[in-house]
Ligand binder design. Structure first.
Ligand code: GAL
Ligand code: MG
Length: 975
């Protein structure tokens, strides 16, 4: 006989979203349950209809089989589906995993209700127990529960079989930009309750202390009779809220209702309540108990709740009445060893890191995340935009209005809301991502509006119809990658009706996030602009063995660090598993590396989000401002650091004033600012004064700074010493240089340069292979002047270098004329190479981390030192990296402190790495690079901003390298 579940062919039936599945609810049954995680017997079939025979292998649950020992490997596509079939069809070749194990149902569960919980299965789940069909579920990112009471026999073993079909009609609405996997990716468990149990609990806790708890009581035995004397209690951190609550007998008296549904409402007002917000996430423990007539507890449900309000008033999104800035990031459930499966510790580490770098909001792109994520967001303090698992990117237009998918849309949105609505962190519901906009969305939005009127809804696809349109299913104007000028124009138009919070902006692929500070300067100063969510948190590089191309999987712990995979390994991106249809490195677009190492852009964000800022400096002191929304400054402390151009750094403790949000106060410095010493920069290193849930005391939170004194006017060089040595080609000879300084216009294209089309243009112009021809070498006393021409397909750049001997070295004065047609090049400057052994860079300028002209707000000016090997940022696909902005001078030295020193005419973009631009350009993965022994040094007269053009706006005109004459000069000395 054909199996009835298979006979339905549910993988090609969008109308079938589930069968035999219990309703979603907000009662957390994880504690006290029987875990079924671990090794299961496993078979991977070529199609769902293939028969299981032969020997079993094993697969670990939770875990995608694509990350374990099977031949079905991960595949990455962005928009396009991995196969050609149109919705709702799936391909004939359809990997299907059959998981089986014995389960010993405890004997003392006899007479109780028994439920199987499957945390997440991708993309269709079929459940059988002892060969009997139990149920079906779809939605790869929400749990499915099945009542096994009548199927299993307590005290006896049962065989649970979970069949997971990889491709289905549902895949067409799970077309998110990420790796494709298959398997059971969240925990599986079995739990038991009394037949009469708490079926659901809804909590509404407002900032005035008003608390409403609605409990749904259900009798699974289904005889329709409510036992006499049962009651429900609630307590908040041990204080009893209510007792002897009357059941609402609405349904109980209806003969036709087969199982009893009773509602119990608890109402209370908590006096002097401590409200929840992302800065001070005050939580209370709420326990709801269902009691038998004798007072014993039949069932209970624990919730950590927070008292807070979310409102939209005019064009402001308010939390507890405050217009909070949304400093958000988009986060996927991702791990380089397991793909989709994330542990509690991993999620905690993600969120702790985000807190330390000033983020206060998460969009769960693009599906409901692992349930623990929300517990952690409640606890650590994040505003969450909870997003439903709907993305039909490749077939967006067909599906949004396709009635066959109507059920799936409403199912996915409503089940998310039913699961997550008690979390104070969740402040907005999102209907999904990149699925056009259609009636199916409006249906889902309608359900949410009735069920949970306490939170706004957002949906980018709807907002696209008009940021101010009152009729669309989005209460927030939430565009993605909108140009800043469009946002500003909207906010200033007088037409704005909704908060403008970009659901995605500042695409973090490779060396990126240029202009983030400009965005925030505009956001903080423009009513109507309230923030956004950076795309995205983590690079989705999968740890891969280079020898056989397989994912390392769970055994790979320890095989990476500092953003880099161990030798013999690499971070795989699209195409690396032999896929022919893929979208390459576009999957690596996080602001942290796959191993969670922060990219330098994180420091930019941290500074932009600084809770304390320096307003101004006066003789009587420095004016500080509290930029938080709710919190004072008492949790912070600080140290003043004064960096002087003459090499001195003065430090001293900073006493932070007790300021309420928005307040300012002048504070004295612990030292007098010396009258001499040249350019002077004051930095306040702000650290946590005491342990926070997300940082031990002493963790740096931000480092705001202010310039106290400008640089002295440069002195004219005094000619001193014998003539500089320059060869017949006009190239400088120097004992520490293995390649003389020459002109360059090329940088190894960043992902933004490549995907934004600039690199293609630069290549077409020939900027990567310009040919230098010396025009003249003129000697004038001790001075040598070299004129050269640098030709390429586009034209010729004339370059002039003048070498003058000065005390201890040589002064190099350069100019280059960039003709009109060379508009917008990557850089214009000098590059030279040094002998081996100069392994330490010390500099006065911005640092210590990497910075670029349009990403320089996070790097304070000071005296910095780093080993040359640590200057480079190992972006997954090698590209321009390791730059330092605003460098005034630097030394490169060997351990005996000899080496060379360079003094620049003005703050310049400098990089010192082990790689030529051409080395980086040629490599596709970091592990393909071979570091040179010497240093490759770039001194740029001008360096193009980074922008975010890999997906979204390019840098601003102010950060472009413009045609015309560029002049720069520097002095090279031996030390
Ligand atoms: C957005 C999309 C994201 C991701 C991003 C580019 O369009 O919502 O899922 O694809 O672009 O990295
Ligand atoms: Mg997409």
């Amino acid at each position: 006989m054909t199996d009835p579940l298979l006979a339905l062919r549910p993988w090609q039936a969008p109308e079938v979203t589930s069968w035999g599945r219990l309703p979603m609810n907000a009662v957390d049954r994880r504690s006290g349950a029987l875990s079924l995680d671990g090794d299961w017997r496993f078979r991977l079939l070529p199609t769902p209809e293939a028969t299981v025979h032969g020997t079993w292998s094993t697969a670990h649950v939770p875990g995608a089989w694509t990350m374990q020992d099977t031949d079905d490997l991960p595949q990455y596509t962005n928009v396009r589906m991995p196969y050609a079939e149109f919705p709702p069809r799936s391909p004939a070749a359809n990997p299907t995993g059959v998981y089986e194990r014995h389960v010993d149902v405890p004997a003392d569960w006899a007479g109780r209700r028994i439920v199987l919980h499957v945390g997440a299965a991708e993309s269709v789940l079929l459940v059988h127990v002892d060969g009997r069909p139990v149920g079906i579920s779809k939605d790869s990112h929400l749990a499915a529960e099945f009542d096994l009471t009548d199927v299993v026999r307590p005290g006896e073993p049962s065989v649970v079989r979970l069949t997971v079909v990889k491709w289905s009609d549902a895949t067409h609405i799970e077309d998110q930009d990420q790796w494709w996997h298959g398997g059971i990716t969240r925990s599986v468990l079995l739990y038991t309750t009394d037949p009469l149990h708490l079926a659901d609990v809804t909590v509404r806790a407002r900032r005035d202390g008003d608390l409403r708890v609605d409990c749904l009581v259900r009798d699974a035995a289904g005889d329709g009779a409510l036992p006499e004397g049962w009651y429900v209690t609630g307590d908040l951190d041990g204080d009893l809220l209510a007792q002897d609550t009357e059941f609402d007998r609405l349904n109980a008296e209806d003969e036709r209702v087969s199982d009893f549904l009773g509602e119990v409402r608890i109402r209370a007002v908590v006096p002097g309540v401590r409200t929840w917000n992302a800065e001070q996430p005050e939580l209370y423990g709420l326990t709801v108990r269902l009691h038998r007539a004798d007072g014993t507890v039949a069932d209970s449900s624990y919730h950590r709740i927070g008292f807070r309000d979310v409102d939209i008033v005019g064009r402001d999104l308010l939390v507890n009445g405050e217009r909070v800035f949304i400093r958000g990031v988009n986060r996927h459930d991702f791990h380089p060893l397991t793909g989709r499966t994330v542990s509690y510790d991993d999620m905690r580490a993600d969120l702790v890191l985000l807190k330390r770098f000033g983020f206060n909001a998460i969009r769960t792109s693009h599906y409901p995340n692992d349930p623990s994520l929300y517990d952690l967001a409640d606890e650590l303090g994040f505003y969450v935009v909870d997003e439903a698992d709907i993305e039909s990117h490749d077939h967006a237009h067909e599906i949004a209005d396709d009635p066959r998918y109507l059920n799936a849309f409403v199912d996915r949105v409503s089940r998310m809301v039913l699961r997550d609505r008690n979390h104070p962190s969740v402040i907005v519901w999102s209907l999904g991502n990149e699925s056009d906009y259609g009636a199916n969305h409006d249906a889902a939005a309608g359900w949410v509006r009735r069920h949970d009127p306490t939170r706004p809804i957002q949906y980018e696809g709807a907002a696209k119809r008009g940021w101010a349109d009152p009729d669309v299913a989005s209460d927030i104007a939430c565009p993605m990658y909108a140009p800043l000028e469009d946002c500003l124009a909207h906010a200033l138009s007088g037409q704005q009706t909704k908060p403008l919070i970009q659901c995605e902006y500042s695409h973090a692929m490779g060396n990126s996030n240029g202009t983030l500070a400009d965005h925030w300067a505009a956001i903080e100063s423009t009513p109507g602009l309230q923030g956004g969510f950076i795309w995205e948190f983590r690079d989705h590089g999968i740890l891969q063995r280079v020898s056989d191309g397989r994912p390392v999987g769970r055994a790979g712990a320890g095989l990476y660090g500092n953003g880099v995979a161990a030798p013999g390994h690499r971070w795989a991106y699209g195409g690396d598993f032999g896929e022919t249809v893929h979208d390459g490195a576009f999957v690596a677009d996080g602001i942290v590396f796959p191993d969670r190492t922060p990219k330098p852009a994180m420091y930019e964000h941290r500074e932009i989000a600084a809770p304390v800022r320096i307003r101004s400096f006066r003789h009587e002191g420095v004016v500080l401002a509290n930029h938080q929304h709710f919190r004072g400054l008492d949790w912070l402390t600080g140290t003043w650091e004064l960096a002087l151009a003459d090499g001195r750094t003065l430090t001293g403790p900073a006493a932070l004033p007790d300021l309420r949000p928005g307040e300012t106060a002048a504070v004295p410095l612990p030292f007098a600012v010396p009258a001499d010493g040249g350019e002077a920069w004051l930095t306040l290193r702000v650290t946590t004064a005491e342990d926070q849930a997300w940082a031990p005391a002493g963790t740096e939170v931000c480092a705001p700074r202010i310039r106290l004194r400008a640089a002295d006017a440069p002195r004219e060089p005094v000619v001193s010493g014998p003539a500089v040595e320059v060869d017949a080609e006009g190239l400088l000879r120097h004992p520490l240089l293995t390649a003389a300084p020459t002109l360059t216009l090329w940088r190894a294209p960043t992902d933004n340069d490549e995907l934004g089309g600039m690199a293609a243009r630069w290549r077409a112009w020939g900027l990567d292979q310009m040919v230098r021809e010396v025009v003249s070498v003129r000697r004038d006393g001790e001075r040598v002047t070299v004129e050269s021409e640098h030709g390429c397909a586009l034209g010729v750049v004339r370059h002039r270098q003048q070498f003058t001997p000065v005390e201890g070295g040589v002064r190099v004065e350069e100019s280059a004329e960039l003709p009109e047609e060379f508009h917008d090049v990557a850089r214009i400057g000098s590059v030279f190479e040094t002998v081996a052994g100069l392994d330490l860079l010390e500099w006065f300028g911005q640092g210590p981390w990497e910075s670029y002209p349009d990403r320089a707000a996070g790097a304070p000016v000071g005296h910095h030192a780093l080993p040359v090997d640590d200057l480079f940022t190992p972006y997954l696909r090698p590209q321009e990296s390791g730059g330092r902005h605003g460098v005034r001078r630097f030394t490169l030295s060997s351990p005996d402190a000899t080496g060379l020193a360079v003094e620049l005419d003005e703050p310049r973009q400098v990089s010192v790495t082990r790689y030529r631009a051409e080395d980086l350009t040629a490599a596709a993965h970091h592990d393909e690079l071979t570091p040179r022994t010497g240093c490759v040094v770039h001194i740029d007269a001008a360096h193009r901003g980074l922008g975010t053009a890999s997906c979204g706006p390019d840098t601003f005109p102010a950060y472009l390298v413009t045609p015309g004459v560029h002049r720069w000069s520097w002095t090279l000395r031996m030390v």
